[in-house]
Design a protein around this ligand. Structure first.
Ligand code: PHE
Length: 345
């Protein structure tokens, strides 16, 4: 009977669980090809009685769909596992291929940190050339003609020109002048950069190093503003509770001038080798911009006042990481450099 055969084959199809692509092919050959079971049942269907046709027609069609669906599902299953097998052809137990990341130079890390602190206070970053003329490095900054800093001993001259020698800048204060010449107050900027001085290279001195200069010029800027700004900077950089003190000093381009010390970050003021047992370390020079400097840059010194400060990034870095030899910064020894933070950009 056709009905019985359909029931029996339906059961076989439902129980069919292929374990390989070959099983699927077997299934196709058994049921779906032109000499297969489905076709033969349709042939048989032609000779059943008209009453049976009415009921069996639907049953047979369902059976055909069942066989086709089972086949396409099985086919898909083995296509997916074939692709998977391809992907896992590699030995996943092998160790991965490592690649080494570089690390940031400690001076870059500290410069970035300084810049971030001042940026939050509204300071922009300004830059200037490393090869400077006498005007921007000295004269505009109120250095008298006979000032020792102009001397061959301190300055690397590039070219001697009457009255306006060209040299490698000895400090980033030259950028102050360039900035003020270019625009109108208010100015609020910090100026990081490399500077050069003709010094014998040792653990404590180098012929080039890095500075960050700061300048704030506006109406009514006072020494109190300078102190508070630098105090805030130190708390941010070295942590709450770091003490500061200002000592009177002299720079040709600021009046009054001061040097700022902080409580030693290593011994916390107790006294150690680094602070020479004083509990304090000097970190920067600062002062109110001399009115002559403002006038030299075309700024009305009766209307505007300003403060400036300048610090060596190496000094700040030494204190942060307890580095005792300046030469380490420029020797490119990876054993030194790889100890610093890696940053993935
Ligand atoms: N230019 C000074 C130096 O190189 C530092 C400084 C900058 C001091 C600004 C006062 C104000 O030592």
């Amino acid at each position: 009977m056709l009905q019985d055969k359909i029931t029996q084959y339906s059961q076989e199809i439902n129980e069919f669980t292929p374990t390989s692509a070959a099983d699927v092919e077997q299934f196709r050959l058994r049921f779906l090809v032109s000499k297969g079971i489905v076709k033969s049942l349709f042939d048989e269907f032609k000779s059943v009685s008209p009453e049976e046709k009415r009921t069996l027609g639907k049953v047979l069609n369902d059976f055909k769909q069942l066989a086709e669906l089972k086949f396409s599902e099985a086919q898909e299953q083995f296509a997916a596992s074939a692709a998977k097998a391809e992907r896992t052809a590699d030995d996943l137990t092998l160790p991965g291929v490592g690649f080494q990341l570089g690390s940031r130079h400690p001076l870059s890390l500290v410069r970035k940190e300084i810049v971030e602190i001042f940026k939050k206070l509204g300071f922009i970053v300004a830059e200037g050339p490393e090869i400077e003329d006498d005007w921007h490095n000295f004269s505009a900054l109120n250095f008298p003609p006979e000032h020792p800093a102009r001397d061959m001993q301190d300055t690397f001259f590039v070219e001697k020109k009457d009255g306006n020698d060209i040299a490698l800048r000895t400090h980033t204060s030259s950028v102050q002048v360039r900035l003020m010449e270019m625009g109108k107050p208010p100015f609020r900027a910090i100026m990081p950069g490399r500077v050069y001085r003709n010094e014998a290279i040792s653990a404590r001195a180098h012929c080039f190093f890095h500075q960050v200069e700061g300048l704030y010029v506006d109406e009514g800027v006072s020494f109190a503003d300078l102190k508070q700004t630098l105090y805030h900077f130190v708390q941010e950089l070295y942590g709450e509770g770091t003490k500061v003190r200002f000592r009177p000093s002299y720079f040709p381009f600021t009046e009054p001038s001061a040097e700022m010390d902080i409580s030693c970050t290593i011994c916390k003021g107790e006294g150690c080798q680094l602070c020479k047992y004083s509990g304090w370390v000097e970190i920067l020079g600062c002062g109110m911009v001399d009115p002559n400097v403002l006038e030299n840059c075309g700024i009305d010194s009766k209307k505007y006042t300003g403060f400036a400060f300048g610090m060596g990034i190496e000094r700040i870095t030494n204190l942060k990481y307890e580095i005792r030899d300046l030469r380490l910064f420029s020797e490119n020894d990876v054993r030194f450099l790889s100890q610093f933070e890696t940053e993935i950009i």
